[in-house]
Design a protein around this ligand. Structure first.
Ligand SMILES: [Zn+2]
Length: 444
């Protein structure tokens, strides 16, 4: 099992718990690093020093370990692997392989350094990164003059609230790039055409995965200025903003990312590298030294890109998840226990035990058994239902039979009970009682 070295100084609470995820990540590479650490004379010296504790004065420390002196308090040993904070100290024989991994996506010196800083360490790592990028023909061929990025749009206060979208053409294909203005997380889709309908279908799929943003920003291209797109924005309930001087910056953002993505695809094409891994690297690289990666901003957790060997011993994502689950359970419990009593004549929705859909009904009787009711469904039949299978509704249903009394007019917003049998196959009843037709197709 995993154990920590007897470090002098205070114990780090919960460390052993979170190491579980490190064990989970123990890929062949972690094992390799561990084995190489054992064979590395310098790191073995360092291990011994960490085990026995550091001397009080630098001059009492062996000179080869002086390079670690300034951050000696950060160094620990986890399961035979040396750590500097939450970065793994990489033995020399593994450095080249790790360096290649850092360079995945050909992101340039600064971005590569930011990536490395989250995960790995060795003494000359910054210099080695600079060298690999400067020696990489692909990077040198495609280097761009990097303008300073406006990182987070003021307008967006949380992930996926405001997104910008644009089309680009690369390697005989059209692509749709959608970027979250808050996190800079982007979603890329290949388009079969540049027609408005195709763009809309792709955006629908993206929104089904990430949610509907409050605002979508685009240029004035025909795909976006079409009536079809206007209808789409009304139907999905987002605000659509096309380029105007006010949003110039936002368009600049998506245009910059189009350049980044195209550049990444082009480099991968030339080097025969996996473009998916390269794009993951772009999403997973810190935006700046003081800002997390797009992935972290978007999902509040780090994701494994093969470099993140240590699975972040300091990552609190599992803690966040636990809290989230607890909240969920509390919500569930409060919902489960707080179902109020129903009144006779009240409009409700009852769950069909087979279809699990909620059909309109009216409460006709309160039964003796606790939490049981008799309800009348739209077909006129009465059912006995547990409160668990009855939901209150804001709708008002009336019974189907014609009123015996002329003065008894239905209330203006009352709707007749619509039953599942009245509905064409594949269609559903919306919350407001309207029948909605099935979507055309889910185009992934
Ligand atoms: Zn490169």
């Amino acid at each position: 099992m995993l154990s920590r070295s007897p470090l002098p100084g205070p114990e780090i609470p919960n460390l052993d718990v979170s190491i579980g995820s490190l064990a989970h990540m123990t890929t062949s590479r972690l094992e390799k690093v561990k084995a190489a650490t054992l064979l590395d004379p310098l790191l073995q010296k360092l291990t011994r020093q960490v085990m026995i504790g550091w001397p009080e004065h630098r001059q009492n420390c062996e000179s080869s370990l002086h390079q670690f002196w300034n951050f000696r308090d950060e160094i620990s040993i986890i399961d035979g692997i040396l750590m500097k904070g939450d970065r793994i100290i990489i033995p020399e024989t593994c450095q080249e392989e790790i360096l290649r991994q850092i360079h995945t996506g050909h992101q340039g010196i600064e971005k590569c350094r930011l990536r490395a800083r989250r995960a790995v360490y060795w003494c000359k790592i910054d210099k080695d990164i600079e060298d690999i990028v400067k020696r990489c023909p692909t990077c040198q061929h495609h280097q761009v003059s990097n303008s300073k990025e406006t990182i987070i749009q003021q307008e967006a206060l949380r992930p996926w609230e405001v997104v910008s979208t644009d089309l680009f053409y690369w390697n005989n294909a059209n692509y749709l790039l959608t970027i979250d203005n808050f996190s800079s997380y982007f979603v890329l889709r290949k388009l079969s055409s540049t027609r408005s309908s195709d763009v809309i279908n792709k955006l629908k799929v993206i929104f089904s995965e990430f949610g509907i943003p409050r605002k979508v920003i685009s240029d004035n291209g025909p795909q976006y200025s079409s009536q079809e797109f206007a209808n789409f924005s009304t139907e999905y309930g987002f605000e659509h903003s096309t380029s105007s001087p006010h949003y110039h910056q936002a368009n600049g953002k998506v245009e910059r990312f189009v350049a980044t993505v195209k550049n990444t695809l082009q480099k991968c094409n030339e080097t025969k590298e996996d473009p998916a891994m390269a794009l993951l690297a772009v999403r997973n690289t810190p935006i700046a030294s003081n800002l997390p990666s797009p992935v972290q901003l978007m999902f509040q957790r780090k994701i494994d890109d093969g470099l993140l060997l240590k699975s972040s011993t300091h990552d609190n994502s599992s803690e966040v998840l636990t809290q989230h689950r607890q909240r969920h359970i509390q919500q569930y419990n409060s919902k489960a226990h707080d179902k109020p009593d129903l009144e006779i004549g009240q409009s409700v929705r009852i769950q069909n035990p087979t279809t699990k859909l909620w059909d309109p009904a009216i409460v006709t009787q309160k039964l003796l058994e606790p939490r049981s009711y008799e309800v009348e469904a739209s077909n006129g039949a009465t059912y006995r239902r547990n409160r668990r299978h009855i939901n209150t509704t804001g709708e008002v249903f009336t019974k189907k039979e014609p009123p015996t009394d002329d003065t008894q007019e239905p209330t203006p917003d009352a709707k007749p009970i619509v039953s599942a049998q009245d509905v064409p196959p594949g269609a559903t009843i919306t919350r407001s009682g309207r029948i909605s037709k099935p979507p055309k197709k889910l185009d992934c």
